[in-house]
Write a protein that binds this ligand. Structure first.
Ligand code: T3D
Length: 262
C-alpha cells in the first residue's frame, strides 16, 4: 500500500488518486516514487485497459512540493534539471506512451506541473469549480512536464504564451470553451462520470485505441505525407488485432462486439 496516493484496479480500469490533500496533492519525493511504481504496474498488467488519474480533497495537484525546495541561503542550490530528468519527464513520457487511454479527472485546482500532467493525459474532464494555473512564472521557473509543447497545441500560441507569462488562473469552464479540455461537470458528478467513461473505454479495442493515440500524437511533428504513411503502417497493425476481427464480425452478424483488448 502507498502513503501519498491511492491505487486500485476495477473492471479493467486502474484508478490513481493523488492523496496529499493538505498540500493540494503537490509532489514530494515519495509521491514521485509511488506514482512511478503505479505507472510501471499499469503498463505491465494486461488486465488494465484504461487509466484514470484524479486527486483527493479540494485540489487536483499543485505541482512540485515547494517545501521540499531549500530556501535557506546556505543550503545547496537544487539542480532542478535533475528533478525533471528523474521525476517529471519519466512520468509524462510514461503517461503519453501508455498503450491505453488515460483519463484525467481534475477535481480542483491544477497548478504548475499539476496543470501539465493533466494536459499529458488523453481525455481531460474537470469539475466546473476546478482551474488551471501555469504557476511557474511566479517563482521564476518555466512550464515543464511537457506544458510548453502541449499547451500551445491545445489552445494556440497566443493564449499559451499569455497564460505562461502571466500565471493567470484559467477556470475549467473557460478551458472547456477554449478546447483545452474535453468536458466539465458539476463537482459532485465528476468522479462518477469519469469512472463510467473509463469503464466504457476499458471494454473497447485497446490496441486500436493505443494506435489512435500514437497517430494523433505523431501528427504534431509530421508532414501530411509522413502522416499518411504512418496511418498506413498503424492501420496494418490495427488490422491484425483480434478486436478488429471481432468488430467486423459483430457488425456483420448484427450482435454487440466482445472486445478482449488484444
Ligand atoms: O523543483 C522541481 O523539481 C522542478 C519542477 C517543478 C514543477 C512545478 O510544479 S513548479 C510549480 C510549483 N507549484 C506552484 O508554484 C503552485 C503553488 N501553489 C499555489 O500557487 C496555490 O497553492 C494554488 C494557486 C495552487 C492554490 O491556492 P489556494 O489559495 O487555493 O490554496 P493555498 O492556501 O495556497 O494552499 C493550501 C495549502 O497547500 C497551503 O498549506 P497550509 O498553509 O494550509 O499549510 C499551501 O502552502 C499548500 N500548498 C499548495 N501548493 C503547494 C503547497 N505546499 C507545497 N508546495 C506546493 N506546490
Amino acid at each position: 500500500s502507498y502513503n501519498t496516493i491511492e491505487f486500485e484496479i476495477t473492471q479493467g480500469v486502474a484508478v490513481l488518486t493523488l492523496n496529499r490533500p493538505e498540500s493540494l496533492n503537490s509532489f514530494n519525493t515519495e509521491m514521485h516514487a509511488e506514482v512511478r511504481d503505479v505507472l510501471k504496474q499499469v503498463r505491465k498488467d494486461e488486465a488494465v485497459r484504461c487509466l484514470l488519474i484524479t486527486g483527493n480533497g479540494r485540489g487536483f495537484c499543485a505541482g512540485q512540493d515547494l517545501s521540499d525546495r531549500a530556501v535557506d541561503p546556505d543550503a545547496e542550490v537544487p539542480n532542478l534539471g535533475e528533478s525533471i530528468e528523474k521525476n517529471y519527464n519519466p512520468m509524462i513520457r510514461a503517461i503519453a506512451s501508455l498503450e491505453m487511454p488515460v483519463i484525467c479527472a481534475v477535481n480542483g485546482v491544477a497548478a504548475g506541473a499539476g496543470a501539465n500532467i493533466a494536459l499529458a493525459c488523453d481525455i481531460v474532464l474537470a469539475a466546473k469549480t476546478a482551474s488551471f494555473i501555469q504557476a511557474f512564472c511566479k517563482i521564476g521557473l518555466i512550464p515543464d512536464s511537457g506544458g510548453t509543447w502541449t499547451l500551445p497545441r491545445a489552445i494556440g500560441f497566443p493564449r499559451a504564451m499569455a497564460l505562461s507569462l502571466l500565471g493567470e488562473k484559467l477556470s475549467a469552464e473557460q478551458a472547456e470553451q477554449w478546447g483545452m479540455i474535453w468536458k466539465t461537470y458539476e463537482p459532485e458528478a465528476l468522479s462518477d462520470a469519469a469512472l463510467s467513461m473509463a469503464k466504457q473505454l476499458a471494454t473497447q479495442p485497446t490496441k486500436g485505441l493505443a494506435l489512435i493515440k500514437r497517430a494523433l500524437q505523431s501528427s504534431a511533428n509530421n508532414s501530411f505525407d509522413e502522416q499518411l504513411d504512418l496511418e498506413r503502417d498503424l492501420q496494418t497493425l490495427a488490422g491484425r488485432t483480434d478486436d478488429y476481427r471481432e468488430g467486423v464480425s459483430a457488425f456483420m452478424t448484427k450482435r454487440p462486439p466482445q472486445f478482449t483488448g488484444k
